[in-house]
Design a protein around this ligand. Structure first.
Ligand SMILES: Nc1nc2c(c(=O)[nH]1)N[C@H]1C(S)=C(S)[C@@H](COP(=O)(O)OP(=O)(O)OC[C@H]3O[C@@H](n4cnc5c(N)ncnc54)[C@H](O)[C@@H]3O)O[C@H]1N2
Ligand code: MOO
Length: 358
């Protein structure tokens, strides 16, 4: 090859490299909004008016018209992007969609991408099963985000479990492919998606409300309705409610009778703290229950008791369960209803992050 041929070859190679790099990398061109009429938006545009509105003002692909210009200026956009996606990149919407599809169980409902985010919702009342180690692994990749609720948290119909998003407007395809690979490996090893929901079965609960002031009619029972509401929200019912004064033998007898009825769970309310009239923990122990824990390191719900009596869960519910929407009882309830055994470590784990105030 003579010198000229060599130069030509280098020129060819350079041109090819330039062509390839154009084809491979995403080009983002800034265009003044005044020159943007007739162009299409490369991504959703958000408006925030504190206290009034937060949401999508313009959708990706929107054809910009003259009357959009003041609206764009009002949300601080003097320029927009015109984008040509490189072959190794994914648009934020596509990245979010693919990650959600890879990580989520089929039963879950995926939203359309909205401002670059895909939301994942439950179609049933259930308990979230979320592999924390996978969430961490995905979030370690960088430039992509996976946010979830906590493992074992209750979720309502249409309740959100997770959301995916790419941080930049375009993200390297390999990052999303890595998420897909991580999810595939998890599914192969566990036979389930890293993020899923298990529908809660309908359980029948036997409820015993203690407290002489309630038993004698001095005050109206407020515990029964509160416990019923919490259970019904999760698809279970209080099949029977009984009342007892602050008398240990009577409480023991009532517990035994509720156990004999074959309910799926027994709940005893009131009398859970330190006063001489607080007979419930002693009565639960005397009724033959194996106590996993009397007391939890979570506030509210520190005086909660969890045990098992002939294999049936029994809980002692302190006063706060009556008025507080989220206590240690609410944390453990979905698992109790599912039939998962609660052990001492589950109680220990309530302390970190468990100070919600009461
Ligand atoms: N010195 C301490 N005081 C308290 C402690 C403690 O460890 N040391 N613990 C606190 C915590 S935490 C809770 S929760 C409360 C209440 O615990 P109890 O489960 O023993 O609640 P009671 O004493 O039975 O009742 C408290 C309050 O609520 C009323 N009540 C009870 N049952 C009903 C019902 N079915 N309907 C309507 N109202 C009800 C009761 O009349 C009392 O007024 O203790 C803290 N204090
Ligand atoms: O058990 Mo109390 O139950 O923390 O407010």
């Amino acid at each position: 090859m003579n010198e000229q041929q060599l130069k030509q070859q280098i020129r060819n190679e350079n041109e090819a490299a330039e062509y390839n790099s154009k084809a491979q990398s995403t080009s983002l061109q800034e265009v003044s909004v005044y020159s943007a009429i007739g162009l299409r938006l490369a991504h959703d545009l958000t408006q925030i008016i504190p206290g009034q509105f937060k949401g999508r003002l313009f959708k990706k692909g929107h054809l910009i018209t003259e009357e959009d210009i003041p609206k764009l200026l009002d949300i601080g956009k003097e320029h927009i992007y015109v984008m040509e996606l490189g072959e190794h990149d994914l648009h934020e919407d596509e990245a979010a969609r693919r990650m959600a599809q890879a990580l989520m169980d089929d039963q879950l409902v995926l939203s359309e991408p909205h401002e670059g985010k895909v939301s994942v919702k439950s179609s049933v009342v259930g308990i979230a099963k979320i592999a924390k180690e996978i969430v961490d692994e995905v979030n370690r990749i960088g430039e992509i985000a996976l946010a979830t609720i906590r493992n074992n948290q209750a979720v309502m119909v249409n309740g959100q479990l997770a959301a995916t998003r790419a941080i930049p407007l375009v993200v390297n395809k390999q990052k999303v492919e890595l998420v897909e690979q991580i999810a595939k490996q998890y599914r192969a090893a566990h036979g389930a998606a890293p993020i899923s929901v298990v529908a809660l079965p309908q359980r029948q609960i036997g409820l015993l409300t203690t407290g002489s002031e309630v038993y004698n009619g001095r005050i109206k029972d407020k515990f029964g309705p509160a416990v019923k509401a919490k259970l019904e929200a999760l698809g279970s019912i209080v099949a029977e409610q009984r009342f007892a004064p602050d008398d240990r033998d009577i409480i023991v007898r009532e517990i035994r009778e509720l156990v004999a009825c074959g309910y799926d769970m027994i709940a005893v309310t009131g009398g859970m703290s330190v006063d001489p009239d607080d007979r419930t923990p002693g009565a639960i122990a005397a009724s033959g229950a194996e106590i996993v824990s009397y007391g939890t390191p979570m506030l509210p719900g520190s005086m909660l008791l969890v045990g098992y009596i002939e294999g049936v869960p029994i809980v002692g519910l302190p006063g706060c369960v009556m008025h507080d929407p989220y206590t240690s009882f609410d944390v453990l309830l979905p698992r109790l209803l599912l039939g998962e055994r609660i052990d001492k470590e589950d109680i220990v784990a309530l302390g970190y992050g468990g100070l919600l105030g009461c």
